[in-house]
Ligand binder design. Structure first.
Ligand SMILES: Cc1ncc(COP(=O)(O)O)c(C=O)c1O
Length: 417
């Protein structure tokens, strides 16, 4: 079986990209690129250069030498990854803050409509944001959280049938964080538009792992993070996408000098920048913004269609291994089996999920992550995950369960996984 994985690696056209990442321990199997991507080697050089030369030598002059346009520099490349035009994308803040800006903007724009539709597979932070904006606007919006029947598949049909003329906004995670279910962007967007509703998709678990065609699919707005499959680094800023024709209709209600038309005139009245820069608000996190570039370069060089192909092949391989080796020792499949409905991570349930996760990290050199109540999330990052990684991870998971290695860990859950 290991030989088969080795053969798959040997014939993998993307295998050369693994060498472009910093891997200090070749025995460590990293299956958490869906939470925090690995460090691209080029980012080590860039970080040194940014700190020593740009910050250290240029000092304040750096703003005039390119820092001010650092969001655009990255957005231009990122736009290619998500099927958008450069002027429709901007790097700023965190996903949650960007979502807040867009939801606030959308609800104000759709002021005659009072319903928001989302689902219970959405990332909790996204739901907190909805709750907060509804409280802030004080217009008695109702948030309709549509429930998934099994916690795995998105309730797509129910969402579509719940969209009415009263719906202001439909907002979902394109790929959901626990099961990795992926919504059909076109179907949801068309259904929303038929009733005059706007859409905002959170692309955090899709971007960099699958092709996204925001323009072609006529998506209104999107947000997403850059630290997962884009390998932007811990806490790297997120992005906002607004379709070009909507830009002039939407207002960023979080005013700030970086979103102002002429930020350096320091006039006391706010005059919004007519471009997507309006959604910047405050000072750009220059270092972390510019460090996103190397990861995006790698995605573009590998080609997003090729990455998706590999991701599908690898997740299929993982599912087969689960079926042959893990199912009989108590693991359930908590991700969609259907390829077109699946992102790039696979969630496996086990009643001892938490303790198994601890044993894998501490004793077996495997880093997955754990999600409540009992899920091991195995992230496949096609730029650097190998087939042998997947094979070995499954063998180590088996060992942890069959030899009871997990039993030495407490059932009490720690705050950080
Ligand atoms: C789908 C999704 N949305 C939003 C977030 C939160 O992003 P941020 O911390 O940038 O607000 C995450 C974090 O993992 C996520 O998975």
């Amino acid at each position: 079986m290991k030989k088969y994985a080795e053969e798959l690696d040997a014939s993998d056209p993307l295998s050369r990209f693994r060498k472009k990442f910093f891997i200090d321990d070749p025995e460590l199997i990293y299956l958490d690129g869906n939470s925090l991507g690995r460090l691209p080697l080029d980012s080590i050089t860039s970080a040194k250069n940014l700190v020593e030369k740009e910050w250290g030598v240029d000092l304040i002059r750096g703003w005039g030498k390119g820092w001010l346009n650092s969001p655009e520099k990255i957005s231009e490349k990122l736009a290619k990854v998500i099927g958008a035009q450069p002027e429709e994308v901007i790097i700023a803040d965190s996903t949650s803050i960007n979502l807040f800006k867009l939801v606030l903007s959308a609800l104000k724009f759709q002021s005659s409509k009072r319903e928001i539709i989302t689902d219970d597979l959405n990332f909790p932070s996204d739901l907190y944001v909805l709750e907060a904006v509804v409280k802030v606007v004080e217009m008695d919006h109702e948030i309709k959280i549509i429930n998934s029947e099994d916690g795995i598949m998105g309730p797509e049909k129910k969402i579509i049938s719940n969209i009415t003329d009263k719906t202001a906004l439909v907002t979902l995670s394109h790929t959901t964080f626990k099961s990795g279910y992926t919504y059909d962007l076109i179907k949801i967007t068309q259904a929303a538009h038929q009733k005059g509703a706007l859409t905002i998709f959170d692309l955090s678990h899709s971007v960099g792992s699958m092709p996204i065609h925001l323009n072609k699919d006529n998506v209104d707005m999107a947000v997403g993070c850059t630290y997962k499959y884009l390998n932007g680094g811990p806490g790297a800023p997120a992005f906002i996408y607004i379709r070009k024709d909507l830009m002039e209709k939407l207002i960023n209600h979080i005013y700030g000098w970086m979103g102002k038309k002429d930020m350096f005139d320091f006039s006391l009245e706010y005059d919004p920048d007519p471009t997507i820069r309006q959604f910047l608000t405050g000072t750009i996190p220059v270092l972390s913004t510019l460090l996103i570039e190397n990861g995006v370069n790698l995605i573009l060089e590998a080609g997003i269609d090729n990455l998706r192909q590999k991701s599908i092949k690898q997740t299929d391989y993982l599912i087969n291994l689960w079926n042959d080796e893990l199912k009989k020792i108590g693991f359930s499949m908590n991700s969609p089996i259907e390829t077109s409905r699946r992102g790039s991570h696979i969630s496996l349930g086990h009643e001892e999920g938490w303790r198994i996760d601890q044993a894998l990290i501490n004793d077996m050199k495997v880093i997955p992550d754990f999600r409540t109540p009992n899920l091991l999330r195995l992230g496949i990052a096609p730029l650097y995950t190998s087939y042998v990684d997947i094979y070995k991870a499954i063998q180590r998971i088996k060992e942890v369960v069959e030899q009871g290695i997990y039993k030495k860990y407490s059932k009490e859950k720690l705050k950080v996984t």
